[in-house]
Design a protein around this ligand. Structure first.
Ligand code: 5AD
Ligand code: SF4
Length: 441
């Protein structure tokens, strides 16, 4: 078989990153090897995200740039994938004419047949139908050589219908994989050298709700904790409304579970939270944070916030700032609201002017930087367990890994430490990372 090259560009969330890994694995038997040079590619896949307008624009501008490679290489196949492709279907062709293949999140497992049809027939293929099974998630993607950490999807889709969000329309209804499938996948990953897994789902707290066998997220975590050779467990993302006391207790009682939770608050205003259909108040959220900190005092808490949701007044925005001041997140991902087609919020007037959205976002991010820096400075002098992932990007002599809190730690070290959990004394807390030195026992 001829050696062929595959170039994948991924936008958006960790689900998309994981989907791209699966695409690469599925195409290996068809002779495709991954390359990071688009010029060399025989097949280019753009895995686009549609969650926010900006992500959509970025994916299209990349598609526009990469499709031009066809001028010099007409046999090049270009595919558009992910939830953005799911959303737009055939409309992709009216925006970028020369695309060969458009396929959605439920059709990844069909990729080899779709590519073979493209190669042989050179006709456009569109596959964006939903499946009632979760076939795509059960593709095993062996980790890249030398990887220490891997994502594992435990569910797909979402039933929450937050007013601003397209995910339920594009990734379909929530479906959980069986615990056996998840466990077998993790065992295989561990055999291939993986030490840390991040369990992925739009709302992991509701894992198992529709499974025939009795298994909720807490029992799944406990089963995973028993896997020999696995050293760390993480998960993302949690809906605050569904965060149970049992799950909170896991941060104290399940040894491999790392002390970090990503839990999107979205707003600190009860009025806006109601409009967003989030199902909790700012006070409820604060209570969950207090419980988490009571059970696990050093837990790192990260979150998402949207500014400029329809109807957000200066008072609503101030309520978000007040909540941030009370909680002091370790890290925050913040976004300007953008209306998405088909969502409930799209029907509301997008009435916060762009300049005002920009100002709110800028001020909120400046405040968050203060909080993050404060947290990182407070860690100076502490000893953190670091799972070493590889060389640091900053310097040849430095290695990097993550503390249990998910914070990046750089330190002077040698590649022999890769894959090991070592103790590092933090010498300096920067805004985006920590610096430390190996603590000799
Ligand atoms: N506009 C802005 N931000 C959004 N998010 C989701 N939908 C939108 C939207 N329409 C943000 C939320 C979510 C994160 C993944 O993206 O904060 O938690
Ligand atoms: Fe979107 Fe809400 Fe589902 Fe998250 S929980 S994916 S924000 S609908």
């Amino acid at each position: 078989m001829n050696k062929k090259y595959l170039y994948i560009e991924t936008f958006g969330c960790q689900m998309n990153v994981h989907d791209s890994e699966q695409m690469a694995v599925l195409l290996e038997p068809s002779g495709y090897t991954l390359t990071d040079d688009a010029q060399k590619a025989d097949l280019i896949l753009i895995n686009g995200c549609s969650i926010r307008e900006k992500a959509e624009q970025k994916a299209f501008s990349e598609l526009g740039r990469l499709i031009r490679l066809k001028e010099k290489k007409p046999e090049l196949i270009v595919g558009f994938a992910g939830c953005l492709a799911q959303h737009l279907g055939r409309k992709v062709y009216s925006r970028v004419r020369n695309v060969d293949l458009v396929f959605g999140t439920h059709n990844i497992h069909r990729l080899p047949e779709m590519i073979s049809a493209c190669e042989q027939e050179r006709k456009k293929i569109t596959q964006t139908n939903f499946s009632s099974k979760i076939t795509s998630l059960n593709i095993f993607a062996p980790p890249l050589h030398g990887s220490i950490s891997s994502f594992v999807s435990i569910m797909q889709g979402c039933d929450n219908y937050c007013a601003y969000c397209v995910v339920p329309y594009l990734r379909g209804p929530e479906m959980s994989r069986t615990p056996d499938d998840v466990i077998v996948e993790i065992q295989k990953l561990v055999e291939s050298g993986i030490k840390e897994v991040t369990l992925l789902g739009q709302n992991v707290n509701s894992y198992g709700r529709k499974l025939q066998q009795e298994c909720n997220f807490v029992s799944l975590i406990k089963k995973i904790n028993d896997i020999d050779g696995l050293e760390r467990i993480r998960f993302t993302t949690s809906h605050p409304r569904d965060l149970s006391d049992d799950l909170i207790d896991c941060f104290a009682s399940v040894p491999k579970l790392c002390e970090h939770i990503h839990m999107a608050v979205q707003s600190g205003s009860d009025h806006i939270l109601k409009q967003m259909n989030r199902g909790y108040t700012a006070e409820d959220f604060l209570e969950k944070v207090e419980k988490l900190r009571h059970v696990c005092p050093h837990i790192s808490i990260t979150s998402d916030i949207i500014v400029g949701f329809p109807g957000e007044t200066q008072e609503d925005y101030q309520a978000t700032i007040d909540l941030m001041e009370k909680i002091r997140f370790d890290l925050l991902f913040s976004f300007k609201y953008s209306a998405r087609a088909g969502t409930a919020a799209q029907k509301l007037p997008d009435d916060v002017p762009t300049d005002e959205k920009n100002r709110r976002l800028k001020d909120l991010q400046a405040l968050q930087n203060i909080h993050t820096q404060e947290k990182h400075t407070a860690l100076e002098g502490s000893v953190q367990e670091v799972l070493v992932e590889g060389r640091s990007r900053n310097s040849e002599q430095d290695m990097m890994g993550r503390a249990r809190s998910w914070k990046i730690v750089n330190f002077k070290g040698t590649p022999e430490t890769i894959g090991q959990r070592i103790n590092v004394e933090i010498t300096r807390g920067y805004l985006h990372s920590l610096r430390g030195k190996i603590k000799e026992n």
